[in-house]
Design a protein around this ligand. Structure first.
Ligand SMILES: *Cc1c(COP(=O)(O)O)cnc(C)c1O
Length: 391
């Protein structure tokens, strides 16, 4: 599968958990879309080229890799907005409860969006944030919604989706999962988990490109009863009736908001084709093999680094992180030598393992370069110490 990606010669890309690489065929597809659809058909493209159906069509492709049935996933907007939509829908289901439970390993935007929503609801809701390992015990009878990211963006620590969802339901709470670091990284069974809502992005493991749209899943039995907080015209039952009043579309379509990002969806649709040829169980097995090899090699050759991820692969997603006090500079030195990972404050060097385009030789070579940087203090140079805007 490595051959299916446009990877620069000599680069070892360990950052597919943040921005997946460009799959071959995507540039040509976007080019064709521009010339043959937009260029040639102009506004007719909405009908003749299927642009209007694209958010649901691509949603079904995403649905297949997260265990969601046809017609339960739709694409659009950014993940931050999808978090807002899902949480507001969850709160509508428990009007008598006023607490949202999340954890301190969640990605900040998820917490910010929740805070903003709760503040603007003006119903004295509380956002209760506990440590990740305390979540299960913190699911009490006052919780309206449990909102968690399954795989921790910093450490890769992974929540047990089925166990936590069952606990939430046992306490009468609604479950919202963020699958940003799960979709395309680990097997997910949305239907089997019975969770009400899930959201995620597509520019990480799904290789949809920078700015690729997010997805939202709503459990099919609930979709028709949600009153969308973001009541946009394309989630209306009849957008082209141009009614003055909002009536939600049936099912998942009501989670659409406005005009879909057609170019980005064309890129994503092409990039998603690869998932029809692989099995998530095989991907997971290969990801564990690569991650275990990486941990073993780093611990053997880089004594200054301390594992920040769970040691047990069963509770780790598809990334491995290490603490190092000079982690930012060390990562810059690594990037300068063609090994791309990233840095998360305050001291985490983060590496993603994406079996579609990485093999054992890449892992070994990456660690050999890292070991040399640490041993010879090659990171200790002004150009590596100066922080850039995106880390
Ligand atoms: C990557 C990520 C985001 C990013 O949100 P955008 O709105 O797409 O910028 C949000 N939440 C989590 C958990 C993430 O990992």
């Amino acid at each position: 599968m490595k051959d299916r990606f446009e990877l620069p010669e000599g680069m070892i890309y360990l950052d597919g958990n943040s921005l997946g690489p460009l799959p071959k065929g995507v540039a040509a597809r976007v080019g064709r879309m521009m010339s043959d659809e937009w260029g040639a058909n102009l506004i007719k493209g909405w009908n003749v080229d299927g642009w209007m159906a694209q958010p649901s069509r691509v949603g079904d492709m995403v649905g297949r890799i997260i265990g969601a049935p046809e017609g339960s996933v739709v694409m659009g907007d950014t993940l931050s907005l999808k978090v807002y939509q899902a949480l507001s829908a969850a709160l509508q289901m428990r009007p008598e409860r006023k607490v949202v439970l999340s954890d301190s390993g969640n990605f900040p935007t998820d917490l910010y969006m929740a805070e903003g929503l709760l503040r603007h609801l003006r119903q004295a809701h509380e956002l209760r944030v506990v440590a990740p390992e305390e979540v299960a015990d913190a699911i009490t009878g006052d919780i309206a919604a449990v909102m968690l990211t399954q795989v921790d963006y910093r450490t890769g620590r992974m929540h047990d989706m089925n166990a936590i969802t069952a606990k939430a339901h046992g306490a009468g709470a609604v479950m919202v999962w963020d699958l940003a670091h799960s979709a395309g990284a680990v097997p997910v069974d949305m239907a089997g988990s019975n969770a009400e809502f899930a959201v995620g992005c597509t520019y990480k493991y799904l290789n949809g490109g920078p700015g690729a749209p997010a997805f939202i899943y709503v459990r099919p039995d609930l979709a028709d009863s949600i009153d969308p907080a973001l009541a946009g015209w394309l989630g209306h039952e009849a957008p082209f009736a141009f009614d003055l009043d909002y009536r939600p579309a049936p099912g998942i379509e009501r989670m659409r908001v406005g005009t879909p990002p057609v170019l980005q969806l064309a890129a994503l649709e092409e990039a998603m084709k690869i998932w029809g040829e692989v099995d998530m169980v095989d991907i997971r097995a290969a990801s564990i093999r690569l991650s275990e090899l990486f941990v073993a090699e780093v611990e053997a050759h880089c004594p200054n680094l301390r594992l920040a991820s769970p040691r047990d692969a069963a509770v780790r997603g598809s990334q491995v992180s290490f603490h190092f006090e000079n982690g930012y500079a060390a990562m810059q030195a690594l990037i300068a030598r063609g090994v791309i990972g990233d840095f998360r404050a305050p001291d985490i060097m983060r590496f993603g393992f994406t079996p579609l385009y990485l093999d054992d030789a890449d892992v070994k070579r990456a660690v050999a370069i890292l070991a040399e940087i640490l041993r010879d203090r090659l990171w200790d140079r002004p150009e590596y110490l100066a922080r850039q805007r995106v880390t």
